[in-house]
Design a protein around this ligand. Structure first.
Ligand SMILES: NC(=O)c1ccc[n+]([C@@H]2O[C@H](COP(=O)([O-])OP(=O)(O)OC[C@H]3O[C@@H](n4cnc5c(N)ncnc54)[C@H](OP(=O)(O)O)[C@@H]3O)[C@@H](O)[C@H]2O)c1
Length: 272
């Protein structure tokens, strides 16, 4: 496993995304993923599966300290008292004394950012999270957050895959030492049929998804692909035994369309 280092955090380069994984399926996938060598699990309050993520973690037998657990605070809990209370509730559901990374899930213009970041830094100082960060923050918001936050931010978790370039957000994160954590890293499965990725994969005896994930980690990005299929868990982590050439990296970069694509919320995000 490779790690992405950012403002004191050491984030495993591949993690398991858990959005839409629920109940027994979620607990079983988390358990299996950890048994297969995953050391990074991504959940969120809004996914309603923190309890099952905790169950999977305990069932795996992997030592708590060897796993990097991220959760995210939903936007309705951004007022300072709410943030602290809801963090405690997340920890109770996970049955953990602390998470490794606690993120603001989306920007919320209705609560002053300085207050929310102050509260986020406070829960970190109380020991409820080892690191803190943001998600879905644009360049302008990253700049603002870095200036306002009393504690260093470890990452901006954003949608990033070969069809969405994210150049400016990546540059802003690099400027401030934040890691980029790529969500929807296999473009929700769309990359499976990509001819360029499949062609590059043939050379390395890898699938299109593996080429896509390798392309991300070779940029020092952490990627959190989700799957509901046990067999794909191994496929998505089996990417550390080959390397893409500069030319192959370039060919994948070329796939990003100029204007970005519509995301699941029906709009092309204006990250820049
Ligand atoms: N911060 C945020 O606002 C935010 C937003 C979205 C997501 N996330 C996080 O990022 C994680 C990943 O993003 P995502 O779930 O949106 O999308 P994703 O991981 O890009 O794609 C998941 C989809 O791709 C398929 N898939 C996975 N591995 C595959 C492979 N090797 N070959 C072919 N298809 C494959 C899965 O199908 P099967 O289940 O059939 O394998 C699933 O339908 C989430 O689970 C969540 O933890 C965060």
């Amino acid at each position: 496993m490779q790690f992405v280092e950012a403002n004191g955090a050491r984030i495993p380069a591949i993690g398991l995304g858990t959005w839409e994984l629920r109940g027994r399926t979620c607990a079983r996938l988390v358990e299996q993923a950890l048994k297969l060598g995953y050391r990074h699990i991504d959940t969120a309050q809004i996914y309603e599966n923190e309890r099952e993520v905790g169950e999977g973690l305990r069932a795996s037998g992997v030592r708590r300290d060897d796993v990097f657990v991220t959760t995210k605070i939903w936007t309705t809990h951004f007022a300072p008292n709410d943030l602290e209370r809801s963090t405690k509730e997340s920890l109770a559901r996970l049955r953990l004394s602390a998470v490794d990374l606690l993120l603001l899930h989306w920007p919320n213009p209705h609560v002053p950012l300085a207050e929310t970041l102050g509260a986020l830094a406070h829960v970190k100082r109380l020991g409820m999270s080892r690191h803190i960060g943001v998600s879905n923050f644009t360049v302008a918001l990253v700049e603002e957050a870095v200036a306002l936050c009393p504690e260093p931010l470890a990452c901006d978790q954003v949608e990033y895959h070969p069809y969405l370039g994210q150049t400016k957000v990546r540059e802003a994160c690099a400027r401030h030492g934040l890691a980029v954590v790529a969500y929807s890293p296999v473009a929700k499965g769309r990359i499976k049929n990509d001819r360029t990725l499949a062609r590059i994969g043939q050379v390395h005896h890898k699938t299109a998804a593996q080429v896509c994930l390798r392309w991300l980690v070779q940029q020092n990005v952490s990627a959190i692909p989700r799957t509901s299929k046990i067999e794909r868990l191994s496929e998505n982590i089996d990417i550390f035994d080959f390397e893409l050439s500069q030319e192959e990296m370039h060919q994948v970069f070329q796939l990003a369309s100029a204007g970005g694509r519509l995301n699941d919320f029906g709009f092309a995000p204006k990250w820049d």
